[in-house]
Design a protein around this ligand. Sequence first.
Ligand SMILES: [Ca+2]
Ligand SMILES: [Ca+2]
Length: 504
Amino acid sequence: MFSIKLGLLLCTVISVFVSINTQTVHKRFEYKYSFKPPYLAQKDGTVPFWEYGGNAIASGESVRLAPSLRSQKGAIWTKQPINFDWWEVDIMFKITGRGRIGADGLAFWYTTQRGDYTGEVFGSSDRWNGLAVIFDSFDNDNKHNNPYIMAVLNDGTRNFDHKSDGTTQLLSGCLRDFRNKPFPTRARIEYYLNTLTVYFHNGMTTNEADYELCFRAENVALPRGGYFGLSAATGGLADDHDVIHLLTSSLHSTQQQGGQQISNDEQQKLSQEYQEYQKKLEQQKVDYRKEHPDEVRDKEGEFDDWFESDGQRELRQIFQGQGQIHDILRDLNKKVDEVIGKQMNSLSMLTAVYSQSQGQPIQPGQAPMQMPALPIGRQDWDTLVANNQLMINTIAELKGFIIDVSRKSDSLLAAGGGGAAAGAAVNPQFLNDIRDSVNHVKQTVAGVAQRLTATPQVAAQAACPNISCVSTTMLLMVVTAQLGVMFLYTLYKERKEAQAKKFF
Ligand SMILES: [Ca+2]
Ligand SMILES: [Ca+2]
């Protein structure tokens, strides 16, 4: 078994070497070309490593490039030019407006020069040199193909064709709605080995895995050392254009990293080190067994701990069942407490109503009880009766519940006993533990049941001090005494009448 484990580990090591030999993309977060909440903007309103202007406003949570007012423009640009060739930029943004149609849109820039803050192309300069990824909200050419996402390359000589929404100039694009989504929309723009790829997340979820490909364009040559920027503009129609984060990562192939590629010599060295480590581990195991002969087991039995016998499984199931019963009982206790509390409450209210209806004056200095005005309304009585009925039902339900639990614990106890008789593998100590636990559960059940039975008595006691009630025995005694007196009186009367008759 141990040899299999070793084999697996060796396989892992070999596969790591293989993957190192093939080209993998190494990604590094570039904080100097990124911004994100919280503390996106500092107290003085500046965004570290970035500059913004026009109508743009930065807060701790986002950058509002253009607010939902007419003819607004704003932009934010990196202070330093980018010092790596390949990159990935993730932009999280929200374009929201009350109109069914919004304007104008938002653009991401990678250009050799920073653009204007109040330019002609979505808030930035026209005739740019580099890349624009434009989120165009407004359908200028009325071809019903907006909102649209597109990439437009420029060498600094061409003007953007607003009238046709850039369709004559675009590198590639996709028709996607990015306005008024429940969650922020996202775009991932990747430029790696002269391939430009744009992914879009439509903001219907917050799931990171919901990016979809917008387009991929190969043989894209962007100038080196450009600046990243974001800009937005509104027109006659206006949306809020908020950017929540822009996260830049530089992308490196393993070959670019020079010294990081592993030569054959190094591979051999690593393999040797690994084998030496394995030997050392083996030696340590042997030493340990020598030092702890009691714990030594045969090699085959080494992994027996990982499996369980039938008896052990049964025990585990019993313990789990007990745990569930315990939880139910705890909840039951809580519910009983609630019911008792409610009952006490309504009883004290009843007492107050009764004593007031009997005309007992409220003690001076004693705060008058918050009771309904007398005589008590029919509606109040109905509510009271309904509440009482509800309480009775709840208690009946609880009783049923308790009986059920009790039955279950009984059957568990029986099962525990049976297990002991059937399997010699079961540890008797374990069974004793179980029996104790079951007994404990039963005791708790009994306690709850007792409390339930005690409830009416508690109620009666609570009612007595104010209403001056009598017990049944007392009542019977009084009635008997009265009957006796009446009997004697009748007897006496008859005798008197008889005497009178004698006289007349
Ligand atoms: Ca447009
Ligand atoms: Ca259009």
